[in-house]
Design a binder for this molecule. Sequence first.
Ligand SMILES: *Cc1c(COP(=O)(O)O)cnc(C)c1O
Length: 409
Amino acid sequence: MIRQTTDPRHQTDGRGTGALRAALAAATEDTLIYDLDGIGRQYAALCAELPGVAVRFAMKACPVDEVLDHLARLGSGFDAAGPQEIAQALRTGVAPELIHYGNTVKSDRNIAEAYRLGVRDFATDSLEDVAAIAEHAPGSRVFCRLATTGEGALWGLSHKFGCSPEDAPRVLDAARTCGLVPSGLSVHVGSQQMTAEAWGAAVESLAAVLEAVNRRGIVPNRINLGGGLPALGVLDRHGRPLEPPLDKMFAVIREGMDRLRAVNAAPLEFLLEPGRHLVADHGAIRAHVARLSSRRRLDGTREDWLYLSCGKFNGLYEMDQLQYRLEFPTHPGGRFVDAVVAGPTCDSDDAYAQEDGLVRVPRAVASGDPVWIHSCGAYSTAYATRGFNGFVPLPYTCVGGPAPDGGRA
Ligand SMILES: *Cc1c(COP(=O)(O)O)cnc(C)c1O
C-alpha cells in the first residue's frame, strides 16, 4: 500500500509524517491537526516541479489562519471566492496584488467590496459579469475562464463555471471595450484530477483561444492553470488507493506552458491555484470510536458497522466520494471485521459507500478508542456544519511552522 512516485519529495504512505503522528498520539480529545512544515514542503516541491509558476492557494480548501500565514510567509498568493476570503487573505499581510478573485459568480456588491479591498484581478466567464466588473472595479484585469469537461476528476466542476472557447474572445473583447484589461485566460480541470490528459486537453483549448484573441489584437500576458492537482494519500470510494500520475501531470503542464508561450505574441506568466494538493496529505483527525456493532439487515444478511465520532458533517465532508485511511493506534494487530464506516449523526448519507466500500476494522475496538483519520487536510474545516445533530465542528491545532519568536512582526 506504500504510495511512491519517482520523486522522493512526493513519497507518502498516507499516514502522515513524524510531527503529525506525534501530535495524533499526544491528542486525548478529538481534534483536527495541520502539519505546517508538511504543507511548506509540499509548496516547495510544487514550486520545484513548475519553476516560475506563481501559486495562488485556493483558500476554500483550508481557510485556516495559521495555514494561510505559513503559505504567505513562503511567498504564496491566494485565490479567493469573495470579499470574506479576500479580507482573510489580507490579514496574512500579503499584498493585494497577490490575491485574485477567482470566482466567476459575484454580485455587484461583492465586486465593489473586492475593489475597495485592493483586488484588481478578476476571473470571469460572461458578458454580464464583465459589465459588472467594469462598473464596480473599473480598469481591473480580467481572466476569462474556459469551460473544461471535468473528465478524469472526482469532482468535475464542469457545468457551473467557464465559457466555451467560441465565447471567450467575445468576453475578452467586451472587457477591452469597457476599459478593463483583458489580461488572461484560466481553466480548472476538476478537483482531484486523476489524469495528465486533462491538462493536455486544457492546454489545447487555451492555445486555440490564445490564437483567436491574438488575431483580434488582444495579447494576454497571463495564463491561470487553476487547481485540480490531487491528494496522494486518499482512497477511492471502494477503499482502493488512488494513484494519480503526478510526475506525468507535471511533465504535461511544463510542456503545455512551452506550447502556450510559442503561440502567444507576447511573453506569458503562469499562475496555478492548487487547493487540495497543498494541504490534504498534511492534515489528520484524531477521532474516537462510538461503537462497532453487528446487525442483521431486512434481507437477513449480517453487516458490521463502525460508527465514529466524526463524519460527513464535522470534518469528513467528502466521505461519499472517497475514503480516508483509518488507523487504530491501540489495536495494531489482531482479528478484523469488514465494516461499513459511518459518522455519528442521524443522516444516512453520513457514511462511506455501503456497497463495495467495506473497511477492515480490528474486531476488538471499543467505544472511546482513538481513531486516526489520515489525509483529511483539505475540505474538512470549512465544510463542517454549525453543529448538525449537535455535533459541533472539531477544534484544530497546528504543528510545525516558525519557532514562536521567529514569526513575522
Ligand atoms: C476550488 C478551486 C480551486 C482549487 O481546487 P483544488 O481541486 O482543491 O485544487 C482552484 N481554483 C478555483 C477557481 C476553485 O474554485
